[in-house]
Design a protein. Structure first.
Length: 272
């Protein structure tokens, strides 16, 4: 699974080390009747912006990508041809989203988006799982498959620290584990099992606080986000959807009125 990414030590390039910058312009678009503004990298690094109240910055809505095709601006780690069959932009009720259908496959894709987790501590997205990997258990190498996973890549592009948020088949909600395939990656279970299967779920996570809890240190810059729906270890098929990735500063999170801002979960049970 994620171990495929870390074979970069013997290869020349990875999608997390490639230099793809945000467009230095503002993009306005409408989605679900709400106006959002994509702010350039220069603005995101401006302390004045970080101090401003209620900042919500869209990372990806998939509205600008062509339908039935691999999403624009996303990059593949692994087999590009296979990734283009696994991940495609689809539409439902006039809303575009990323659809993933992996049959005994494990390929990650990533989007380079640099930001300070101290300034924008909260990441939000929606996902929907339609089919789980049987007996998937992210704490074990032999069954390390997730129907849906979202990665936040921190600190550097050579030996990064990573938090992976998953919809697990078997691990309870609130579990946190060290990735058995890469010791500098931690996994947090946000959803588990068949509860909510086939339903869109909104997730909102404080990546700054999670990093400090999991790694016991201040996080560096976030370099990229990634997603992976994997089924290679369990020799199965998984199906999931992703949409509406956003950044929020703490003031935006505190004043937000969106339902399910943070889905409650029990205290993390850490397994090394």
């Amino acid at each position: 699974m994620w171990h495929v990414l870390f074979r970069f030590l013997s290869q020349r390039q990875t999608w997390i080390s490639r230099c793809f910058c945000w467009a230095h312009a503002s993009l306005e678009q409408r989605k679900h009747g709400m106006r959002v503004v994509v702010v350039s990298t220069l603005l995101m690094n401006n302390p004045a912006l970080a101090a401003a109240p209620a900042q919500v910055l869209p990372l990806e809505t998939f509205e600008e990508s062509p339908l039935h095709a691999f999403p624009a601006q996303w990059h593949v780690r692994g087999d590009t041809e296979a990734a283009h069959t696994i991940y495609r932009v689809m539409v439902e009720n006039n809303n575009q989203f990323l659809h993933a259908d992996a049959n005994q496959q494990a390929i990650q894709i990533g989007l380079v988006r640099r930001f300070s987790p101290r300034e924008f501590s909260v990441v939000r997205w929606r996902w929907r799982v339609l089919q789980l990997p049987p007996n998937g258990d992210e704490s074990r190498k032999e069954t390390h498959d997730s129907a849906a996973g979202v990665y936040i890549i921190f600190d550097n592009t050579v030996f990064p620290r990573i938090i992976k948020y998953v919809w697990s088949t078997t691990l309870p909600v609130g579990t946190s584990v060290t990735n058995p395939l890469y010791g500098r990656a931690k996994i947090i279970v946000l959803e588990s099992g068949t509860a909510g299967l086939g339903e869109w779920r909104q997730e909102t996570v404080n990546v700054y606080a999670d990093y400090k809890t999991l790694f016991g240190a201040e996080p560096g810059e976030v370099h990229s986000i990634g997603v992976a729906s994997s089924s290679s270890f369990t020799k199965s098929r998984v199906i999931a959807d992703y949409d509406d990735f956003q950044l929020l500063n703490m003031e935006a999170w505190r004043t937000d009125n969106t339902p399910e801002v943070i889905i409650p979960r029990p205290p993390a049970t850490t397994h090394e």
